[in-house]
Design a protein around this ligand. Sequence first.
Ligand SMILES: N[C@@H](CCC(=O)N[C@@H](CS)C(=O)NCC(=O)O)C(=O)O
Length: 213
Amino acid sequence: MTPPVLYWISGSPPSWRVMLALTLKGIPFTSKRLDHGAGENKQPAYLALNPKGQVPTLVDGDVVIRESLAVLAWLDRAYLHRPIWGADAGQAAQIWQDVMLMEGDLRPAVTVTAQSLLRGMPLPDAERDALLVGVDALSKTLETQHFLGGGTPMANDIWLYPALHWIARGVVKSGAAPLPIARLTEDRPALAAWMARIAALPGVAETYPPHWR
Ligand SMILES: N[C@@H](CCC(=O)N[C@@H](CS)C(=O)NCC(=O)O)C(=O)O
């Protein structure tokens, strides 16, 4: 069987999500890294696969998927071993609920925070506060379980891990992040322990965005 092909850009959280899912599920894949600076994601050959010129795109046989969460759904249905959307219906509902809350409430805060830091712009209070509230709730969950998915990382863990690293990258680049953001994980030991636990999983270190190393 031909392995799936992942088109990705270094530092793109949705791309990293898919790479983590492939890694955690142990699915070998062909990596096609695109150079955003050189506009490779806007070249005709790639636009034929993904008309928005965005990443990630996963090509698996005849199937082409252009949304990271849809890729995660595809992988779990096409490769049944090591589920990432839960082992039963109750767990699947819990994971979907977390992911939808992350997409709805946390994503705008994460995006504005990371982009403000990376661009050296002031961080709006509303997004900073939304980020802290969201992260506090997740950290509280992690006080009583190893992963958001319970005993093993699931799609909710896969969503959060690149998001927090994106912010951490912004903190490093800006050098002047507001203290509650600069200390986001340091101030939350359960969250810091969870980050370390995920980082230590087989193959995860290799998924870290190359241009952030
Ligand atoms: N909802 C999409 C978001 C994809 C997205 O925003 N990709 C960005 C990188 S994080 C991208 O491709 N940007 C390049 C561009 O638009 O030129 C998903 O989850 O896959």
